[in-house]
Design a protein around this ligand. Sequence first.
Ligand SMILES: *Cc1c(COP(=O)(O)O)cnc(C)c1O
Length: 356
Amino acid sequence: MLDIKFIKTDNPKPIPGPENPLVFGTIFTDHMFVMDYTEGKGWHDPRIEPYAPISLEPSAMVFHYGQEMFEGLKAYKTDDGRILMFRPDKNIERANNSNRRLMIPEIQAEDFLQAMKELVRAEQAWIPAKEGTSLYIRPFVIATDPFLGVRPSYTYKFMIILSPVGAYYPEGLDPVKIWIEDEYVRAVRGGIGEAKTGGNYAASLAAQMKAHEEGYSQVLWLDGVERKYIEEVGAMNIFFKIDGTVVTPQLNGSILPGVTRRTCVELCKSWGIPVEERKVSVEELEKAARTGALEEVWGSGTAAVISPVGHLRYEDEVFQIGDGGIGELSQRLYDTVTGIQLGRVEDTFGWTVEVK
Ligand SMILES: *Cc1c(COP(=O)(O)O)cnc(C)c1O
């Protein structure tokens, strides 16, 4: 158990009302969680303090060599006023996998969960109640040694900030257009693709801008070696329903193992739908699209939960999926996952954790 010190703000901010669109990642609550790490001493001084700028030396290692990891999950308010988090144990497990890959000291799972719960509890007035809204939780660790040499840092800061977010699709699930990138790659096996870390996002920006210029909202990455097999979308994993079977790229070391991905796989299996985690080539998709076997395509991630894909572009070809609306299975997954998150569908898997 952490003994978390609470330093309350003297300056509470106005909490956004239901008219506020809550654009993702723009508004932060009054407090944040901070805990420091020092070699030899371990993690220490856990505290919840006023949300404010932090002071670091310009030589702090995170600015130069990118030793950092982050997570993303949400807290939801149920109709009967309870607060639920969705599978936080999976985010914590992944955070420590990222930590190990990046030589960042691990954080005890119980401490991590306690820190998120205490912060969310302290800030519960900020959890928006309107349909589709939630409180986004962003835990992260940064390397803070003032040193320009290359080695793992001896000191770190673990922080958690919270941000109320609006409905991802205020007008209902709207299929997105996706650009299959054949020039840039996001990650290669053996690299840091399976860690949730800023460097992967820095690597993705050039392709994202290229896709935006072409009128596409997201990039679908191919494997970094042959550029033949599908990996994942910007911040989502990807699923295809081909001839009644759900297919998703297998976790191969360069794909980020999404919690929503795992949830989709487990739900489909529980419904008796065949699921294959394996290599999927662009060629296979091309053929499936041509013969009409490509029934549905969707992305999975914490932000949108399920994001139907209506249109894929690869070089000069366009694959149109279905009739441009949301597929039946995509809708069923969306309704079930969001239903469990909001306490409206019975949580037979024990996925939700209540913040009391
Ligand atoms: C976070 C993330 C995902 C989705 O993971 P979830 O746990 O489902 O939110 C997928 N791809 C990348 C690159 C990510 O950073």
